[in-house]
Design a protein around this ligand. Structure first.
Ligand code: SF4
Ligand code: SF4
Length: 217
């Protein structure tokens, strides 16, 4: 959800936890989630979404005009809309995100009952992918301007959300997953800038993995 305040000019997720399992505080989990959203670059996408009346905070009693969220909680930090989910789906970090937040108890709608401290088994490490979100935001902006239908990009957001959830749900059924993947590919056809940025991102990630493998062999 938009309106976060942690400032990481490098765009890197600088909040790295010790190796899990470990005890973690509710505040640390929220800070880590916010830093991860910063690494994803979600604010670029939120800006376009909000200017097209798509804010997911709309109508929330904790939203203060021109200030943002007044009651940041674990639930809203963990929640992903279709656009942000799509970025993590394409980069291969969605499962890690889901696994991390599944460990956090007490999540509710726009509030939480998360204890002050609790045990986690899995960590969350999201690399900087801000250029991807910037590219997707530019694609969405163009789509919103060129489609006459009101709310075109918001409908697209919901379709991406539904299909990606289905894709994750059928993780033991490759045939079904392949069909859903095709639908997601179709929905994302207009994301030209995003696909170019994704290609660069994956190439760099592949080069880094090769480098690490070379060092460890
Ligand atoms: S729905 Fe997604 S893109 Fe829109 S404001 Fe919320 S988090 Fe941002
Ligand atoms: S509590 Fe309300 S204002 Fe805050 S992030 Fe959640 S929906 Fe948005």
């Amino acid at each position: 959800m938009p309106g976060f305040t942690i400032d990481h000019p490098s765009g890197k997720n600088s909040l790295i936890l010790d190796e899990a399992p470990q005890n973690i505080s509710r505040k640390m989990v929220i800070d880590l989630g916010m830093a991860s959203l910063q690494s994803i670059g979600s604010e670029h996408i939120c800006k376009v979404c909000i200017s097209n009346s798509g804010s997911c905070c709309s109508g929330c009693r904790h939203l203060s005009d021109r200030v943002g969220c007044q009651l940041r909680n674990t639930s809203c930090t963990a929640w992903l809309c279709g656009f942000i989910k799509y970025v993590l789906y394409e980069t291969g970090y969605l499962q890690e995100w889901n696994d991390f937040w599944e460990q956090v108890p007490g999540q509710d709608f726009r509030e939480d009952y998360t204890p002050d401290t609790f045990l986690i088994q899995k960590n969350l490490r999201i690399p900087s992918m801000r250029s991807l979100s910037e590219a997707l935001a530019a694609d969405l902006q163009e789509l919103a301007q060129t489609h006459i239908a009101i709310g075109f990009i918001l409908t697209l957001r919901e379709k991406l959300d539904k299909n990606i959830d289905q894709f994750m749900y059928y993780n033991n059924e490759p045939g079904k997953q392949a069909r859903i993947r095709k639908r997601i590919e179709f929905l994302s056809l207009p994301f030209d800038r995003f696909h170019l940025a994704l290609h660069d991102f994956m190439e760099k990630r592949g080069a880094l993995t090769d480098e690490k493998d070379g060092l460890s062999s």
